[in-house]
Design a protein around this ligand. Structure first.
Ligand code: GDP
Length: 367
């Protein structure tokens, strides 16, 4: 194969196979003298950022590149899937650059939850994961909540330097940047200029008014999320669209909750206790006895227990059991990308079952 040209906007190597990956351009554009990738094309002509994905190797390359730059790193996480969208290791690569942590999708949290409490939780969790952000903000890029505070914070923390926006796929990074472009430029024209001299970081450059720029980096795929194990047509059932209505179950030991056929939660040992389930509102939850759970799953997955529906159930990896002895009250058992279950009482033993490859872990309760 001939060597492919680079995009004149971001410097990415052009490819014509996958529209969701960096450097995509339609095959017909290869005949042109200068080639611009679809992502740069849309930014240039419609002031619109398009999400693209990266492989793990590309991600490492970009992280390495960030350490050599000077500027403010804006790290976006999804508050509904905080750990799944975290980008572990970022702190080792950012060098001396300050990191502004922005948690998106605040509109999904129950309205009764206090912003300050969530911010404090985010600060604690960030620290325990090794990151000391310069500030933490909670926003909804989709609804526009908190966005003017973010723009102000970026302006003050960047001290005239460049801004690099990073995040894993699906955190809402494109929605976020599109909002910022609108706020920052009004109707003005956004153009992508040359890529980084010397290194191709596959970043898209959005000029700010003082000569510095804001760079959009491609989204990093997190393989431990539920989304990678179900058919894209069924993703809508697990992705919450609006404020999550928590469901409370008073359970005795020996009871099980099924979340569709995607996950299962067993109460094994402990006093009668309340379990609060935070998942997309339309996901059906089925309660049964622990002793019947195995046979119920075997006989009814894809039907009574769905999604996935019958058509896709065979694609779902087998469920793997994760047991936890919970010592403290108000602990969340998190199933990456699906949601979490808050255990109100201390001293209980539970087991969460999730598809093989999906991360399951406990954390101090978010809400
Ligand atoms: P990217 O892959 O990080 O660039 O993410 P996108 O901007 O494409 O958004 C991913 C998904 O999250 C889309 O379905 C968006 O509609 C949704 N999304 C983005 N921002 C928000 C938000 O603030 N709240 C909610 N509920 N959904 C959002």
């Amino acid at each position: 194969m001939n060597e492919m040209p680079n995009c004149i906007g971001c410097g990415a190597v052009i490819q014509t196979e996958n529209p969701k990956e960096v450097g995509f351009a339609p095959a017909s554009s290869l005949e042109k003298e200068t080639i611009i990738c679809q992502r740069c094309f849309r930014l240039k002509n419609y002031n619109e950022i398009q999400p693209v994905n990266l492989t793990d190797d590309d991600f490492l390359r970009i992280l390495n590149g960030l350490g050599n730059q000077q500027g403010l790193i804006v790290k976006i996480v999804d508050i509904f899937d905080f750990n799944g969208s975290w980008l572990p290791g970022l702190h080792r690569f950012v060098g001396k650059n300050p990191v502004l942590l922005v948690a998106n999708k605040a509109d999904l949290l129950p309205k009764s939850v206090k912003t300050k409490k969530v911010i404090n939780w985010l600060k604690r969790e960030a620290r325990s994961l090794g990151l000391q952000p310069i500030d933490v903000l909670l926003v909804s890029a989709h609804k526009g909540m908190g966005m003017s505070d973010v723009v102000e914070a970026i302006e003050s923390y960047r001290e005239g330097k460049d801004v690099f926006v990073v995040g894993s796929t699906n955190v809402g990074k494109s929605t976020f940047i599109n909002r910022i472009i609108k706020q920052a430029t009004g109707e003005g024209n956004v153009i992508t200029t040359s890529h980084f001299p010397g290194t191709t970081l596959d970043m898209i450059e959005i000029p700010l008014d003082d000569g510095a720029s804001l760079y959009d980096t491609p989204g990093i795929i997190n393989h431990h999320q539920m989304a990678h194990h179900i058919d894209s047509s069924e993703l809508k059932y697990i992705t919450p669209k609006k404020e999550i209505k928590p469901k409370v179950y008073q359970q005795n030991a020996g009871q099980t909750l099924f979340i569709g056929a995607l996950a299962r939660f067993d109460f094994i040992k402990g006093e009668r206790s309340a379990f609060t389930v935070y998942v997309a509102n339309d996901l059906p939850i089925h309660r049964t006895k622990l002793e019947k759970a195995d046979s119920l799953y075997a006989e009814h997955k894809g039907e009574l227990l769905s999604p996935p529906s019958k058509k896709y159930i065979e694609q779902l990896p087998e469920l793997v059991r994760h047991e936890f002895a919970i010592k403290e009250g108000k602990t969340d058992v998190v199933i990456s990308g699906l949601g979490w279950i808050t255990i109100q009482h201390a001293n209980v033993v539970v087991a969460a079952h999730a598809p093989k490859g999906v991360e399951v872990f406990i954390r101090p309760s978010l809400i």
